[in-house]
Design a protein. Structure first.
Ligand code: ADP
Ligand code: MG
Length: 260
């Protein structure tokens, strides 16, 4: 939480008339009887960096998983880059092409090398020639500073290294949006910074990002907007400056007093 972030890429950025890439309108979801998302409204512009925070169980993972249909919502609409997420499998496939996701527990294939983890989907899903897929993968592995480990297996790497591979693997699919679900929560403290630095690099390159994280240093220096969720609702969303210095709701103040 107190992790130092090496750079502060920007002050408040504005997106006047920017191009909208995500729009959630009145989204509701239930797990059986349990109302997990309550009337979620959210729009994100291309290139925006959003940090999502809130207490455990507040629906953060469920919300971002709905954005690539790892979970389905029951009411309201979700439109990603002009494509509405419904039961239409073609649309789901189109959206998944555009949205990369990085999880808390990396989810690498243990029996494949780092390079094979990165080339599997480009070769089998995108039908890229192997040499081309490998060249692209090596470029992304360089970018996350792990190219020298390309022929190792995930189990031979540290948690921080595995998470950087997971980011490179996502980038190999050329996503327009990256979703991160607590990407540093499972890491030993000394490895948090190497992963955050990769995420900062992505932000600087203009990637649209939604990050569920408790790294408030990252939120302060990288986010354009911080979204606070509690009990399935978006309670507050604001610039980091406002969010941290002048929280509007009692629930936000309570949350901040517990984590800062
Ligand atoms: P967060 O990521 O903010 O911790 P989640 O989105 O994971 O919250 O979960 C929100 C709530 O929904 C929690 O109460 C959790 O127990 C519940 N939940 C999550 N996934 C499921 C599921 N597959 N079935 C039933 N309940 C679930
Ligand atoms: Mg979660």
């Amino acid at each position: 939480m107190s992790q130092a972030v090496s750079q502060a890429p920007n002050q408040t950025r504005h997106f006047p008339g920017g191009e909208e890439i995500i729009r959630c309108t009145g989204v509701n979801k239930w797990y059986g009887e349990f109302h997990v998302l309550k009337n979620v409204n959210l729009t994100v512009q291309k290139g925006e960096r959003i940090v999502v925070c809130g207490p455990s169980g507040s629906g953060k993972s469920t919300m971002i998983r709905c954005l690539n249909r790892l979970e389905e919502h029951q009411k309201g609409t979700i439109v990603i880059d002009g494509i509405e997420l419904t039961n239409n499998l073609k649309n789901i496939e189109l959206v998944r092409r555009e949205v990369g996701m990085v999880f808390q527990h990396f989810n690498l294939f243990p029996h494949l090398t780092v390079l094979e983890n990165c080339t599997l989907a480009p070769i089998w899903v995108r039908k890229k020639p192997k040499a081309e897929a490998e060249e692209m993968a090596m470029n992304y592995l360089k970018r996350v500073r792990i190219a020298e480990q390309a022929h190792k297996y995930p189990g031979q790497l540290s948690g921080g290294q595995q998470q950087r591979v997971a980011i490179a693997r996502s980038l190999c699919m050329n996503p327009k949006i990256m979703l991160f679900d607590e990407p540093t929560s499972a890491l030993d403290p000394e490895m948090v910074k190497e992963v955050l630095d990769v995420m900062i690099g992505l932000a600087e390159d203009g990637m649209t990002m939604l990050c569920v994280t408790h790294e408030m240093g990252f939120a302060k220096s990288v986010a354009d907007r911080v979204i606070f969720m509690d009990r399935g609702e978006i309670v507050e969303q604001d610039t980091p400056e406002e969010f941290f210095s002048n929280p509007k709701s009692e629930r936000t103040r309570l949350f901040l007093s517990q984590i800062l």
